[in-house]
Design a protein around this ligand. Structure first.
Ligand code: GRF
Length: 204
């Protein structure tokens, strides 16, 4: 029998990736349990979905803390009450301190809306349009202390069309995010991911 894995998901807003993960976990009966959804903003829309699905929610508001270090310490204490095997960053719009990231080394995933290592940071879809790339996409990666870097678990590509706007491109990428993020989290909870020399191996 496989042990159930505890997942804590961090959001800042809409939470559509969080919803995709919750729905896939429920539908596919993964050996995992969403222990909590935590937001740094009390007004994050995704919190309502989590509550409606009987998932514990917490708010640790960064505006209540004087420094990044104090906020990260409070966030870490809240996360750790739920004894996570995996922390999932799902549109969590905070830069994290090195000590926080190191605490979750090998057990924290992020999704970034570009084909990393291209276009780290913000406004990825506009960056892609400005660069004139013909393909764009999204990346799920383990979180390391360098922002939007870290071993790549999986990526999905979409075409960039001649008449794309930032919005149309973002929408096309988001559809793929909702496919690859649940897939990557499922691989993790099934114990299939390992990192060797900065590369992720996915066991069959
Ligand atoms: C997604 O595009 C994600 O890749 C990025 O922020 C957005 C969050 O969307 N990091 P949602 O909150 O999951 O709907």
């Amino acid at each position: 029998m496989r042990a159930m894995k505890n997942i804590v998901i961090l959001i800042s807003g809409r939470g559509s990736n969080m919803q995709a993960i919750v729905q896939a976990l429920t539908k596919e009966s993964w050996p995992a349990h969403i222990a909590a959804v935590i937001s740094n903003r009390a007004d994050a829309e995704g919190l309502a979905f989590a509550r409606q699905h009987g998932i514990a929610t917490e708010v640790v508001a960064n505006k209540d803390y004087a420094s990044r270090e104090q906020f990260d310490a409070a966030l870490q204490a809240t996360i750790d009450r739920f004894q996570p095997d995996l922390v999932v960053l799902a549109g969590f719009m905070r830069i994290l301190t090195a000590s926080f990231v190191e605490h979750y080394d090998g057990r924290m995933l992020n999704i970034h809306p570009s084909l990393l290592p291209n276009f780290p940071g913000l406004n990825t879809h506009q960056q892609a349009l400005d660069a004139g790339v013909k393909v764009h996409g999204a990346t799920v990666h383990f979180v390391t202390t360098t922002l939007d870097h870290g071993p790549i678990v999986t990526q999905a590509t979409v075409p960039v069309l001649a008449d794309d706007t930032e919005q149309s491109l973002a929408a096309r990428v988001l559809i793929q995010e909702h496919v690859i993020y649940p897939q990557a989290v499922r691989w993790f909870v099934e114990g299939r991911l390992s990192v060797e020399g900065g590369r992720v191996q996915i066991a069959r």
